[in-house]
Design a binder for this molecule. Structure first.
Ligand code: ADP
Length: 427
């Protein structure tokens, strides 16, 4: 199918409004059931803005690790994210997120995804009684399950669906690519040793044959991070992924070292990027995620509706975490937030409201304040990770402000006389 065909119909990103479009007509070869099934799938997927497939030439290279950390990073950046695990060979997402044994519920004949770490999660592993059950399924059965997942899971409106696909270039990843024809593209995960084999090249050729764009190649397990000193040692020859990507004319997204903390993060059920801001490995993940996050940066601009934190021209909303009516030093543990509206030109406060924040978890408050329309947060202390999450949500951060009443702080901020001291938070 040509690229233009893939994007033009199939219920594309915005759904297809063309009455003459093939996606609305029932092709002669389709039974009524098949037609209705396709319609339902298109409707579901049409509510998801960006679909990203994570592929690899073979198992064990860290495909699921990349998928879960990519999805978590997008969620931490304030995006609405779904993570779908259709890797029949080893559905490892439930293990990585400590969701083994979770019972999936249904509502109105739809499967309800599990909410975890700020995202919606659905895995083939939730439906298997035994981990190896799916291995004996025949191809059409697997195809049916993938289809059912795409058709029956109630994702709602999402900014991203990250799909952890089966490895290789056989029928299973083929089904995923065919069933999600309007995906933004694939992230291909490899290791330095794998680069030397034909597997990863096969994956790239496979995507090309299916007109599936390649978002980029990730070289995982590239070097080893010493858990004591943090230094990265190159135990195998690295850099082959970058050369191979250049040779094949696809983007290279970056390298992730072998870091014991990546595996250890699974012990607590939340992925690595949730815990280890600032480390070399975390920075490596950030670089890989950046171009994928950028896919959604244009969305708000293209919407008719204004993005949440864009208020009327000349007006600004400033958030201040409070404890006992004054600025609380630790924004994550404050009782309330004051949201103060100001007329920037007149330098006047035009309104104020007090809101109780949701419980503190990484990424939750930046997203919540963005939804409340905040453009600035004045805080006492704030760690680097939180600062970057606020920035990703379009919120400017002022740290080191004193424990004063919100009106006084806002007035001083507007006058340019706000005295800021040390950032009291060092984590
Ligand atoms: P795949 O999905 O390709 O089969 P996984 O993501 O399940 O691979 O990873 C296989 C194993 O390697 C897991 O135990 C995972 O924790 C570990 N792993 C993956 N990437 C890294 C890394 N960069 N550092 C340390 N361990 C890793």
């Amino acid at each position: 199918m040509a690229e233009s065909d893939r994007k033009a119909c199939g219920g594309g990103k915005q759904g297809c409004s063309d009455s003459g479009c093939g996606s609305k007509r029932r092709p002669v070869e389709d039974s009524l059931d098949e037609f209705l099934e396709r319609e339902q799938m298109e409707e579901r997927l049409g509510r998801i803005r960006h679909k990203v497939l994570v592929l690899s030439g073979k198992g064990g290279v860290g495909k699921s690790t990349v998928a879960v950390n990519l999805a978590t990073s997008l969620a931490l950046a304030g995006r609405r994210v779904g993570l779908l695990d259709v890797d029949f060979h080893g559905p490892s997402i439930p293990t990585m997120l400590h969701l083994v044994g979770v019972q999936v519920t249904t509502k109105d004949q739809s499967l309800v995804p599990v909410e975890h770490a700020g995202m919606k999660v659905m895995s083939i592993g939730f439906l298997l009684r035994q981990r190896d059950d799916a291995v004996i399924w025949r191809g059409p059965m697997k195809m049916g399950v993938i289809k059912q997942f795409l058709k029956d899971v109630e994702w709602g409106d999402l900014d991203y669906l990250v799909i952890d696909s089966p490895p290789g270039t056989g029928d299973e990843p083929l089904s995923v690519c065919q069933l999600v024809p309007d995906a933004d593209g694939a992230v291909v995960v490899t290791t330095p040793q794998d680069v030397a084999t034909a597997d990863v090249r096969k994956s790239i050729t496979f995507c090309r044959q299916l007109d599936m764009p390649i978002l980029g190649v990730v070289e995982n397990m590239s070097g080893f991070v010493c858990p004591k000193c943090g230094e990265v040692t190159e135990i195998f020859k690295t850099g082959g992924g970058e050369k191979m990507a250049a040779d094949m004319g696809v983007p290279f997204l970056g390298r992730i070292p072998i870091d014991p903390a990546v595996g250890a993060a699974c012990d607590v059920g939340t992925p690595f990027v949730y815990h280890y801001a600032g480390t070399e490995t975390a920075k490596a993940f950030e670089r890989i995620v950046a171009p994928i996050l950028a896919l959604s940066n244009e969305d708000a601009k293209n919407e008719k509706q204004q993005p949440c934190n864009e208020t009327k021209e000349g007006m600004m909303r400033i958030a201040i975490p409070l404890a006992d009516g004054k600025l609380g030093m630790h924004f994550g543990h404050c009782e309330q937030f004051a949201l103060v509206d100001v007329d920037e030109k007149a330098k006047k406060i035009t309104g104020q409201q007090l809101l109780t924040p949701p419980p503190h978890e990484p990424g939750v408050l930046p997203r919540w304040l963005r939804e409340q329309g905040a453009q600035v947060i004045i805080a006492g202390g704030m760690g680097q990770r939180a600062q970057s999450l606020f920035a990703q949500n379009g919120i400017k951060v002022i740290v080191g402000a004193p424990a004063e009443a919100p009106e006084a702080l806002v007035a001083a901020y507007m006058d340019g006389t706000l005295q800021t001291g040390d950032n009291v938070c060092d984590h």
